[in-house]
Design a protein around this ligand. Structure first.
Ligand SMILES: O=C(CO)[C@H](O)[C@H](O)COP(=O)(O)O
Length: 210
């Protein structure tokens, strides 16, 4: 199990400052969708320049023109690029093909997918590297979580790695860990804490203990 830090509500400099604090405790740094919307792929480029050895994920949540968008994110230094699991199969295939060509990985985000189990099985066959169950901010606000979805995809996914995101905090981490996903994505559970390094360290330690 690896830990991904999601950076959503910061600018490029703010993102780099947070990573300086927690880099020893995280495996992957995510440039979140709001950051990409505000700052473009320059944010990915600057993060990779500042931390060349860190795995950087560009949370583009691609819906169309997938091959092209993956190529652009790859050129900016992204190691992993996200596509929406709800995208057309042709888009998923385009993303996977381009990522393979560039030696990168694709994470399919299951946000807003209705039949999680069926779509996870299809995405697995289409060759994505990660399938991520995700309760976005708008559903977190009405008290939803993704624990049942994680258990559902674990039953059908044979090749891809599994991931979970959305409102995960130290308190909810044991339940997440009990499902043994390959990647645990935490944003506000680290960035919203006064002592970010300590939060990241505690989360990483729990994950490492399994
Ligand atoms: O992709 C996202 C929102 O769409 C976030 O990066 C993801 O939900 C993780 O952040 P948090 O732990 O704060 O929910």
């Amino acid at each position: 199990m690896k830990l991904q830090l999601a950076l959503d509500l910061v600018d490029i400099n703010g993102a780099i400052e947070v990573v300086k604090e927690v880099e020893n405790h995280v495996d992957v740094v995510e440039i979140g969708t709001p950051v990409v919307i505000n700052e473009g792929l320059k944010a990915v480029k600057e993060m990779k320049k500042a931390f060349p050895d860190m795995t950087v994920l560009a949370d583009l949540k691609i819906m169309d023109a997938a091959g092209y968008e993956v190529s652009q994110a790859s050129a900016s230094g992204a190691d992993i690029v996200t596509i929406l699991g709800a995208a057309e199969d042709e888009s998923i295939k385009g993303a996977v093909e381009e990522a393979k060509k560039q030696g990168k990985e694709i994470l399919a985000d299951m946000i807003a997918v209705q039949d999680i189990e069926a779509r996870a099985g299809e995405l697995d066959q289409l060759g994505v590297d990660y399938i991520c169950v995700h309760t976005g901010y708008d559903l977190q606000a009405v008290g939803k979580d993704s624990f049942a979805d994680l258990a559902a995809i674990k039953k059908v996914v044979k090749n891809a790695k599994t991931a979970i995101a959305g409102g995960i905090k130290l308190e909810t981490l044991p339940e997440v860990i009990s499902h043994n996903p390959d990647l645990i994505i935490v944003g506000g559970g680290i960035t919203g804490q006064e002592d970010k390094a300590s939060a990241a360290k505690q989360i990483k330690e729990l994950i490492t203990q399994g």
